[in-house]
Design a protein around this ligand. Sequence first.
Ligand code: GLU
Length: 282
Amino acid sequence: MTVRTRFAPSPNGLLHLGHAYAALVAHDLARARGGEFLMRIEDIDGTRSRPELAAEMLADLAWLGLQWDGPVVYQSRQLDSYAAAGERLKAMGLLYPCQCTRAEVLAAATEPGPDGPVYPGTCRGRAVSTAGAAWRIDMAKAISLVGPLTWTDEIAGMQTARPELFGDIVLLRKEAPASYHLAATLDDAAQGITLVTRGADLFASTHVHVLLGHLLHLCAPLYHHHPLLVEADGRKLAKRRGSPALADLRRAGDEGRALADMLRRGRFPAGISLGGGLGTGP
Ligand code: GLU
């Protein structure tokens, strides 16, 4: 089977060195195994997504010397597939409408989960208007339907799926057509991704993706959660804390291929290093 990886940035801001590193991991793992490297633009966050940044991101990749295979997939053009999956999950009785505001969720939540406060299920089992509602998964019901699941990370080894850590998360959002979790799971399958590479900060998300994949009868990929580039204080790089945008380096005439080779050799700019968290997560 051909190995197929992908790089899936969200055009909420320009790419920085951390993204370059993530793209290199995805690209190089595919190429080292004679496989394919695909591109996906995760542009469905209606409140934060800036479509004009997608072109900058693709130019950054080319500047780094990374070529992707096949057409670029834009999530904003896959909305029918998210809606269809939502209908399937509703037909299975696994989604319920929720009209809680963000403030109400925060006030009612008791424990922190990997994505933020865990929703206590206020709207579950209630007669709630579906007009303009968000749709949440009844996590306990979904888990009881599929039973125990495992997944494998190339670095961290076999994992027991723990989607219960997230509680009843939103899968169909009010202000966007689908959540990251649903859209990414569907697109990884639709693009035939066999090896999902991404930063260790998204390790826990995989618990949910594996559950959704089983519920929707999708092929199960292998995972590779790589460590993140971090600043001296251990925090991951962020443009707002001064990490330069690749687009700025590109425009300033820096040599992208040389930068890519430095990152490959583990030579990072001053104050930046590769963090821990190799597949460690809840
Ligand atoms: N779009 C996500 C991000 O930019 C990455 C998603 C993924 O690789 O699964 O953080």
